[in-house]
Design a protein around this ligand. Sequence first.
Ligand code: NI
Length: 137
Amino acid sequence: MQVHHIGYLVKRIGDAEESLKVLGYSEERAAEYDPIRDAVLSFWVNGSTRVELVEPAAESPLRPLLARYKNSPYHICYIADDIEKEQQRLEQAGYVMFREPEKAPCLEGKSVVFLMSPGAGMVELVEASDPTGKEAE
Ligand code: NI
């Protein structure tokens, strides 16, 4: 499956953005509040690599993860042509859904779902087609 982005959990998104710039990333989507996750998100690209920065608000359900992960990657998101079918396929292989499928306002309202693999950590699936409107190759 093709990777859409790597999700980074960060304490201060502005600091994280400055750090990504030094590595050659440029902004794809400016920081924006996502009311479903109660977090500020921005997207950055460097060649074919896309990073999603996530700064959870104080009451965000993601806040406990921040205490655990600090400033670090915490999920990899994969593109699914048929998200329900891929979810079922992963569940049959031992992945466990831990957040119901939901809309991602910062990904053009596409459906996403999070699953946990006992062997490979947290995985996100996103419906096919890119947030910029460009089809993923
Ligand atoms: Ni993500």
